[in-house]
Design a protein around this ligand. Structure first.
Ligand SMILES: Cc1cc2nc3c(=O)[nH]c(=O)nc-3n(C[C@H](O)[C@H](O)[C@H](O)COP(=O)(O)OP(=O)(O)OC[C@H]3O[C@@H](n4cnc5c(N)ncnc54)[C@H](O)[C@@H]3O)c2cc1C
Length: 446
């Protein structure tokens, strides 16, 4: 029989590697399983500054290719309002460099990595997850960790009674496509796309689009659509833009896409012998789908909880619970606020979204906070509501009031997240959270 690993982590990306490094550095035996045969190819990502405050990973702001946030302009869905963001607590990081740094650290910490190995499920014994099933055989674990991104491969195989949802509904996902191309030398005026300015077209297709030209080197184009709205494929939308902009060249320097869960974090991210991290646990920013900082922060909190559970020999739900509690305290309730705002913005649609921007009610401060993963909605006791009334937009004022009440209740509820696992208490908390979020869409649609 194979020797048991303290932890088997599925997914060698941001969440999986941070978790594995921290745990192995404390002397635990960790195996990482990654289905891709090689590390990811690189591209620049805009990340929240929370990334640079993760204990033990502050080095990220010293990476060679790190640069602060670019100049950014937010453009309303009807394209009539432009808001320049002057200060953005974010930065650009190169995904290949970050990934290489994390891989090197994992290797030097003694993490075993199996590339080209696909996980497809969990082994269960007496109500505990005790191993991971993979294309290279089954491996026994004390804790199995799902860090497989939006695929959520282990979560999909967890018994329903453990409280980890198998699916993330279409209403709670975004589909993103991104292409980086060369700048064409015979394609018209280069000034059509301002150099070094990241243009964000917010509220489009229930998501957003962006264009970012870096000198004569490259043009970065992205489209994120709300998966449930019946939008065209984001790749087709991006290609339509490329065809109509002759300065975008023919050479594709990078392309990629995927689906990102963009909802509040899972009610529980632990089961007996099991943890979920990163996109698998819905850690990305609900409005802008920025998920790298959340994935790494969540993984760091999770690995502290796992180390304690392994030391004390309790890898059941009680033993792992501090991960849920700490994550909700440090980041979860902010993500809940942004999820409430997301649901409100989807309900009102592009026209009212544009109107709010035109009137300054969705202004620089709110947009910068939403993009950088900070609380926006529930802090507004009467400001926007009062201004909506003063402007005579009573239907929108009514919907805003309902959404605000909901956001404030959701915040309160997440502030009362159980600090330890007592099943009747958690079950009550969980039912109320699900009820609140199931109802809000209905309430806002009228
Ligand atoms: C086009 C695009 C642009 C984005 N831009 C940004 C941005 O600018 N800033 C930002 O913060 N976020 C951005 N995101 C979101 C960000 O990429 C994710 O939120 C983040 O990567 C989540 O990290 P993770 O470690 O949870 O999962 P992932 O990075 O998705 O990693 C999951 C890993 O698990 C592996 N895996 C999956 N299934 C299996 C299996 N069955 N067996 C073994 N291994 C498996 C995958 O190969 C992968 O390596 C973007 C996403 C997309 C699609």
């Amino acid at each position: 029989m194979k020797e048991k690993y303290d932890a088997i982590v599925v997914g060698a990306s941001f969440a999986g590697l941070v978790f594995s490094c921290k745990l192995a550095e404390q002397g635990f035996r960790v195996l990482v399983i990654e289905k891709e045969p090689a590390q990811r190819v690189g591209c620049d990502y805009l990340v929240e500054d929370a990334l640079f405050r993760i204990p033990g990973f502050e080095f990220t702001s010293d990476l060679r290719n790190y640069s602060g946030a670019p100049q950014l302009i937010m453009i309303s869905p009807d394209m009539r309002t432009q808001i320049s963001i002057s200060e953005l607590p974010m930065g650009m990081i190169n995904a290949r460099e970050l990934s290489e740094t994390l891989f090197d650290r994992a290797k030097s910490s003694g993490v075993e990595v199996r590339m080209g190995c696909s996980a497809f499920g969990v082994e269960i014994e007496n109500g505990f997850v005790v191993g991971v099933k993979t294309s290279q055989g089954n491996f026994p674990s004390r804790i199995a960790v799902c860090a497989s991104g939006a695929e959520r491969v282990l979560c999909r195989d967890i018994p329903i009674g453990m409280g980890i949802p198998r699916q993330v509904g279409l209403n709670d996902r975004m589909t993103i496509y991104r292409e980086v191309r060369n700048v064409s030398s015979f394609g018209g005026s280069v000034d059509e796309l301002k150099d070094g300015v990241l243009e964000y077209y917010v509220g489009r297709y229930g998501g957003f689009c962006w264009v970012f030209r870096r000198g004569s080197e490259s043009i970065d184009i992205g489209v994120a659509t709300h998966a449930a709205l019946g939008n065209s494929n984001p790749r087709e939308i991006a290609r339509g833009f490329i065809r109509s902009n002759p300065i975008v060249g023919d050479r594709i320097l990078f392309s990629g896409g995927g689906s990102i869960p963009t909802r509040r974090p899972l009610n529980t991210m632990v089961g007996s012998g099991f943890m979920a991290l990163g996109d698998s646990a819905c850690h990305a920013n609900p409005i802008f789908a920025k998920g790298i900082a959340g994935a790494m922060l969540g993984a760091s909190i999770a690995s502290d909880a796992a180390a304690l559970a392994l030391e004390t020999g309790d890898v059941g739900v009680e033993g792992l619970w501090s991960y849920n509690y700490e994550y909700m305290r440090q980041r979860g309730s902010t993500m809940v606020d942004l999820d409430a705002l997301r649901i409100f913005l989807h309900a009102i649609g592009e026209e009212d979204f544009s109107w709010l921007m035109a009137k300054g009610l969705l202004g620089e401060e709110e947009l910068a906070k939403a993009l950088s993963g900070r609380t926006v909605f529930s802090g507004d006791s009467a400001g926007v509501r009062g201004r909506l009334k003063a402007l005579g937009n009573f239907p929108l004022a009514r919907r805003y009031s309902r959404a605000l009440r909901f956001a404030q209740r959701a915040q309160e509820l997440y502030g009362q997240y159980p600090s330890s696992y007592y099943p009747p208490e958690f079950s009550e908390w969980s039912q109320e959270a699900d009820f609140l979020f199931a109802n809000i869409r209905k309430v806002l649609s009228t």
